[in-house]
Design a protein around this ligand. Structure first.
Ligand code: UDP
Length: 477
């Protein structure tokens, strides 16, 4: 006699992104995949970002809009900004330290509330940003997986911080070491990172202060937090970062490379998107436009903005430039951009914030001038667009190095930006057939990875099983 089938309880994952755009976006993409696999998802935003997202979307979070998807909020521990700064990117340093040391208590309350909430299946796993390490400070009775939203090469570089400190490479002896060639020191003994120099490591090594907050947070994360997690999830794919993934796996075997994650069913924008630029692109010839965007955090100086503007003008190529309202701190961007618009006429278009994936996918877009944030990098790879790399901070330097020397689809603007360097690199990226050919090849491999027999699909299947309630709790090392 066949035994009666017992319905599996619905798995419930609590997703905890770091409160910045480049983290919320991939987390929402992961949420979409988990919802499609039958999960109940609780998505944890900070109160500040939840309000921003509601303003950008033009309406409040509707609890019933997507079945099994709930947004919950916790405070980020920072003081409320004045009304005219409520849509500005928060200070990264202050935010990193504030969430690490103040969010545990409200998160504990939230977990208790979820345990009592009616019509809510019991929580079966936590998927936490590796930047939200408070989630492993306490045992919540379910496994905590870390979703590392940056590249595997970036993560592996961060994991070397304790060793770089122990060997005396960082902190730097004094500020002159920033410019005396010391940063060019090869760091060539780390498997998977053989081609790096000290300058290619995340920018937090460029400090002279042994008490530097970000240096120390990263050392602590590498030594304590990661080892407490049950597994590491990456938004990358095996073909792109295999040697690095293998090196990480040798230390932390439970690893999932599930990228590139596709668009989510919920808009994750913290800014209102400009749709006009897509119509402008519709009117441009195929593969003729350079797209310029420095992401959600980068802040430029007046002189940097002016050099970019001048270089774009001199290149003679068409461009679409997203100048975020807070890209420059003193609000002087409008004059520089206005002057540029007057000079180039319809050859260029400037917007505030756009739907980047749609811009990169547009047939008129040829290449991308970027700060090399990981989402931007991967989105460019997915659409087969070569890049001009102008890394700003953190592991963007590592991504830039891999783009230019390993994947060979990037051209770097190094050092202080000049109009000549911008002009030269725009011409190169728009005109070099080899760059385009290699970018098209990576596009094919990226799509293959998430196809039916792809490496990322297999890793996602494995992750979905491991996030379900039957999974035993397993520390990572
Ligand atoms: N983005 C966007 N529109 C913009 C600028 C950025 O949609 O005008 C999105 C972009 O698609 C990416 C994210 O914001 O998913 C930026 O993340 P990234 O890791 O590239 O950089 P960060 O903002 O963290 O420096």
């Amino acid at each position: 006699m066949a035994s009666p089938t017992v319905a599996e309880p619905q798995p419930h994952a609590v997703l905890v992104p770091f409160p910045m755009q480049g983290h919320i976006t991939p987390f929402l993409r992961l949420a979409t995949l988990l919802l499609a696999r039958g999960f109940h998802v609780t998505f944890v935003l900070t109160e500040y970002n939840a309000r921003r997202m509601e303003r950008a979307r033009g309406h409040r979070w509707d609890a019933a809009a997507i079945p099994s998807f709930r947004v919950e909020t916790i405070p980020d521990g920072l003081p409320e900004p004045p009304p005219d700064q409520r849509d500005e990117t928060q200070d990264v340093l202050a935010l990193c330290s504030s969430v690490r040391y103040t969010c545990l208590a409200p998160f504990r309350d939230l977990m208790a509330h979820l345990g009592r909430a009616p019509h809510t299946p019991p929580v079966t796993s936590i998927v936490s940003d590796s930047g939200m390490g408070f989630t492993v400070d306490e045992d919540f009775g379910v496994p905590v997986f870390f979703f590392v939203t940056h590249s595997a090469c970036g993560c592996w570089s961060y994991l070397q911080f304790p060793d770089l400190v122990a060997r005396g490479y960082t902190p730097l002896k004094d500020a002159s070491w920033l410019s005396n060639g010391y940063l060019d020191t090869p760091i060539d003994w780390i498997p998977g990172l053989e081609n790096l120099r000290l300058r290619d490591f995340p920018s937090f090594v460029r400090t002279t202060d042994p008490a530097d907050v970000l240096l120390n947070l990263n050392v602590r994360r590498a030594i304590v937090d990661v080892a407490r997690s049950a597994g590491l999830i990456f938004n990358t794919f095996a073909a792109l970062e295999d040697p690095v993934l293998a090196a990480i796996r040798s230390k932390y075997p439970n690893l999932y490379a599930i990228g590139p994650l596709a668009s989510s069913s919920v808009s994750s924008s913290l800014w209102k998107e400009d749709a006009e630029c897509l119509r402008w692109l519709d009117a441009q010839p195929s593969a003729s436009v350079l797209y310029v965007n420095f992401g959600s955090i980068t802040v430029v100086t007046t002189s940097q903005l002016a050099e970019f503007a001048c270089g774009l003008e001199r290149s003679g190529h068409r461009f679409l430039w997203a100048v975020r309202p807070d890209l420059m701190r003193d609000g002087g961007a409008a004059a520089i951009v206005g002057e540029l618009a007057a000079k180039v006429g319809d050859r260029g278009s400037v917007v505030g914030w756009c739907d980047q994936r749609r811009v990169l996918a547009h047939p008129a877009t040829a290449a991308f001038l970027s700060h090399c944030g990981w989402n931007s990098t991967l989105e460019s790879v997915v659409e087969g667009r070569p890049m001009i790399c102008w890394p700003f901070f953190a592991e963007q330097h590592t991504n830039c190095r891999f783009l230019c020397t390993t994947w060979r689809i990037g051209v770097e603007i190094s050092g202080e930006v000049t109009r000549e360097a911008v002009e030269r690199s725009v011409r190169e990226v728009m005109e070099d057939e080899d760059l385009r050919r290699r970018a098209a090849e990576w596009k094919r491999k990226a799509r293959e990875a998430v196809g039916p027999d792809g490496s990322s699909t297999a890793d996602l299947d494995r992750l979905v099983v491991d996030l379900k309630p039957t999974t035993k709790k397993r520390p990572l090392s």
